[in-house]
Design a protein around this ligand. Structure first.
Ligand SMILES: NC(=O)c1ccc[n+]([C@@H]2O[C@H](COP(=O)([O-])OP(=O)(O)OC[C@H]3O[C@@H](n4cnc5c(N)ncnc54)[C@H](OP(=O)(O)O)[C@@H]3O)[C@@H](O)[C@H]2O)c1
Length: 229
């Protein structure tokens, strides 16, 4: 049975992707800092035969090495790694931005993502697996003064550079680039956005293609509102 490791699995896009992955027949390794939420999700997904909860801070290389070791201990292999954990801005723009928050975003969104790739790749090479990174629409288009967007441009670059590094390995790379998505990423509900399920469906689309098909990036955005007369 194939194993799907997901970072940022405690809420939002990561948690929903875990549900879709189990439905598609994967066992899932769920990583985030909130162990209580991960434990609840493991129970929902069918218990330890289906899922394992791994408390992990993505900004720590030691934690991420332990995350991979715990996944292998539970399930023996990694077929899909979804580097999805990320945080947003606490204040808009550069001039009014908070440098502490910038450091946290760089460490979580960029450094954390690269660590996930580094420690999962040896296992993905064995399984000829698939790595996916959650970038963003904000990593594809200019976004006024957004340091968050700059971290996602870095994720875009990391993804395409990884793809080059993986040429000949059989390992596929997909950038998942959501537009506005209604998740706990925001303090307020955002009903005008995508649902986490809309993004999870895109993830499962990418990983369910035949081995010769490499879906390099999926930019998924809400349909613009209609101009009704
Ligand atoms: N929502 C949107 O509109 C949107 C659009 C484009 C891209 N994205 C990206 O999508 C990804 C998922 O976000 P989401 O919308 O699903 O938001 P979310 O519900 O807030 O999920 C973020 C996840 O990342 C985890 N996380 C954050 N910092 C972490 C750390 N240091 N170590 C381990 N885990 C950490 C959180 O878990 P813990 O707090 O339990 O650690 C949580 O599981 C992020 O990369 C985000 O940038 C979101």
């Amino acid at each position: 049975m194939k194993t799907f490791l997901i970072t940022g699995a405690s809420t939002g896009i990561g948690a929903e992707t875990a549900r879709w992955a189990v439905e598609a027949g994967y066992r899932v390794a769920l990583a985030a800092r909130s162990r209580d939420k991960l434990d609840t999700l493991v129970a929902e997904l069918g218990g330890p035969d289906q899922a394992v909860a791994i408390a992990c801070d993505m900004t720590s290389a030691a934690d991420q090495q332990a995350m991979v070791a715990a996944t292998l201990k539970a399930f023996g292999r990694i077929d899909v790694a979804f580097a999805n954990a990320g945080i947003g801005s606490t204040a808009a723009g550069v001039e009014n931005g908070d440098p502490e928050n910038w450091r946290d975003m760089v460490l979580t969104n960029v450094y954390g993502c690269a660590l996930t790739a580094k420690f999962c790749l040896p296992e993905l090479r064995k399984t000829k697996g698939h790595i996916l990174l959650t970038g963003s629409q904000a990593g594809r288009f200019p976004n006024k003064g957004s340091v968050y967007g700059a971290t996602k441009w870095a994720v875009t670059g990391l993804g395409f550079n990884l793809r080059e590094e993986l040429v000949g390995s059989g390992v596929r790379m997909t950038l998942i680039e959501p537009g506005l998505t209604d998740t706990p990423f925001f303090d307020q509900a955002r009903p005008e956005g995508l649902t986490a399920a809309d993004v999870a469906r895109a993830v499962l689309y990418a990983v369910s293609q035949p081995p010769h098909v490499d879906v390099s990036e999926l930019l998924v955005r809400p349909t613009p509102p209609r101009d009704d007369p």
